[in-house]
Design a protein around this ligand. Sequence first.
Ligand code: COA
Length: 161
Amino acid sequence: MEQQISAGISRTIQTRLVLPPDTNHMGTIFGGTVLAYIDEIAAITAMKHSGKVVVTASIDTVNFLSSARIGNVLILEGVVISTGRTSMEVYVKAECQDIATRERTLTTTAILTMVAVAENGKPTPVYGVIPETEKEQHLFKNAQARKERRMKLNEFAKELI
Ligand SMILES: CC(C)(COP(=O)(O)OP(=O)(O)OC[C@H]1O[C@@H](n2cnc3c(N)ncnc32)[C@H](O)[C@@H]1OP(=O)(O)O)[C@@H](O)C(=O)NCCC(=O)NCCS
């Protein structure tokens, strides 16, 4: 039987300060910078789950809901929400905190697929995941539907190659 481990093992939190080089002329953070942060935390999250090196197979369902400004603190949280044979779906959310008011706003959510690879770069099996929170259980239940949608989009993407 496939070994399963708790989602809590992968849960990762990273905090970043939004600085001038990360921002545009309006003082708000570049989307590409947020994506780079999201990719990094997803990789750490998936490595903690699998105990293996991982690569990013896809980044989808990215929603930029609001922006972070210079001097804000960005708090990112990643967790494995479902697994395949060698792939892991990682949910990442980024919240922006205003230092003066301590108010937190959800700025970005994303789901990434990370694949564990062996030394030869080939995909290698990962543990299953046991979701913990209500939200993780909900995302776990819908994983198959997201996979099917992703496969359809991949077919479309292949037409662009
Ligand atoms: C991701 C990668 C390892 C998949 O290799 P592959 O030879 O296609 O392997 P497979 O077809 O056996 O697929 C392996 C797993 O990846 C998943 N996968 C492959 N392409 C995917 C995609 N575009 N989106 C989501 N999942 C994908 C498969 O569904 C499969 O999951 P499962 O084992 O859980 O069922 C390979 O395409 C790769 O190395 N890509 C480059 C990754 C990279 O360098 N990323 C950094 C940014 S460029």
